[in-house]
Design a protein around this ligand. Structure first.
Ligand SMILES: *Cc1c(COP(=O)(O)O)cnc(C)c1O
Length: 396
């Protein structure tokens, strides 16, 4: 086995590149004696909201909570019942669908398009009188087509909520992601484009009343100390994470720019090989949280890169949501409503019952995430690209 030459995401080095500011900021918090609900969280919330161009940001414990609390606040505000539906893309991290269930609503899956995001066309077949929310996910850092989804939501009286956990700093139609929907959820998991040193998340919104409701739900359902109006939870961003994020936020745009350059270099080096380049080589929109290559011989390519070249790759994600065992009860309910067979991957699809969610499932079967991060050198990119070229040469 070859030693690791290009790791997928060298977190120690990446966070090291913010030193000594990062350690100083943390040390200041330690010495301050104030660890929760202080000015560092308030300062970060204000700066992060401003970077997106919205008026409110609520720091919470993680991205799943950010999504869950947003949906719960909307459910309570509108008096939605548990059969009210939230449309979720069939290819995303499981958290997008779990949040819907945890908020007491029903997830309905919609296929993704060739760019692996939900579009108006993929949502349309799944709309019903029970639909309430389009939960759009900017997967891999690519903004979903927000202008057409906004139009669709308006036509059908639906709300748009954004899962922006993979798209910090992305912009579409001149508007930052996170500013399109009634609210958006971000995650600051350490591996995200803006990552903390542990868990963290945020809800951003221009709706003052919704911001208030999320803040209350995240604080034991309390706006006034020891008076509990809602059955809330405890979900907080802490002062140490906020201090770390405030050190890292000013570099987000430059970091995303470097990710784009790396993506462009991959595109140039890989053109002509029997692989599908992300977005047909267009690097203008994505902030490349992931560089999602697609290849029919994905598993063999991943093995070759690891064993013959010391290149670490990941798969995002090996199972589409319709094939997640935990979500089968919701898929069966959807299948009954929509009159398709709720077959898991691997079960037989007959000629006249073609696989639903076929695009999402084809992403699950072919996606390979190449290393991409702000510290990647041109040599790293060449090492990965050359190894991919060697794989296909060795195949002839
Ligand atoms: C990371 C992620 C989440 C969840 O964030 P956590 O902070 O890990 O809870 C939600 N949705 C997507 C698309 C993600 O990538």
């Amino acid at each position: 086995m070859s030693t690791l030459r290009v790791p997928y995401f060298p977190l120690r080095e990446i966070n090291g590149s913010f030193e000594p500011a990062l350690s100083h900021a943390i040390s200041d918090v330690v010495k301050s004696g104030w660890y929760l609900r202080g000015h560092r969280v308030a300062d970060f919330e204000a700066d992060f909201a401003a970077s997106i161009g919205v008026s409110h940001c609520i720091g919470v414990g993680n991205g799943l909570d950010a999504l869950t609390l947003t949906l719960q606040a909307l459910r309570e505000r509108h008096g939605w019942t548990s059969d009210c539906e939230v449309i979720v893309p069939a290819m995303t991290f499981v958290a997008s669908a779990l949040a819907v269930v945890r908020a007491g609503l029903t997830p309905v899956l919609a296929d993704v398009d060739e760019r692996c995001v939900m579009s108006a066309a993929t949502v349309l077949p799944h709309l019903s009188e029970r639909s309430r929310v389009l939960l759009t996910v900017h997967l891999y850092g690519l903004p979903a087509p927000m202008p057409e989804l906004t139009e669709l939501a308006r036509e059908h009286g639906l709300l748009l909520v954004e899962d922006a956990a993979q798209a910090h700093g992305a912009v579409i139609g001149g508007k930052p992601v996170g500013s399109w929907g009634v609210a958006a959820a971000f995650s600051f998991y350490p591996g995200k484009n803006l990552g903390a040193l542990g868990d963290g998340g945020a809800v951003v919104t221009a709706d003052a009343e919704l911001a208030e409701a999320v803040r209350r739900l995240a604080n034991y359902g309390s706006a006034t100390k020891y008076l509990h109006t809602d059955l809330g939870v405890n979900s907080r961003l802490d002062e140490i994470q906020a201090a770390a994020l405030s050190v890292k936020l000013p570099r987000l745009e430059a970091d995303n720019q470097r990710r784009r350059e790396v993506a462009r270099a991959y595109n140039e080096a890989l053109r002509g090989l029997p692989v599908s380049l992300p977005y047909d080589g267009d690097t203008s929109l994505s902030v490349f949280h992931v560089y999602p290559l697609r290849c029919d011989r994905r598993d063999a390519l991943q093995h070759f890169l690891r064993e013959e070249a010391g290149v670490e790759t990941l798969i995002h994600y090996p199972h589409a949501l319709p094939d997640q065992p935990a979500l089968q009860p919701f898929l069966e309910k959807q299948a009954a409503h929509e009159n398709f067979l709720g077959l898991s991957d691997g079960e037989q699809h007959t000629e006249d019952e073609p696989s639903v969610f076929s695009v999402a499932r084809s992403w699950a079967a072919t996606e390979l995430s190449l290393p991409i991060h702000p510290l990647m050198s041109d040599e790293d990119v060449a090492c990965v690209s050359n190894a991919i070229r060697r794989f296909f040469e060795s195949e002839i």
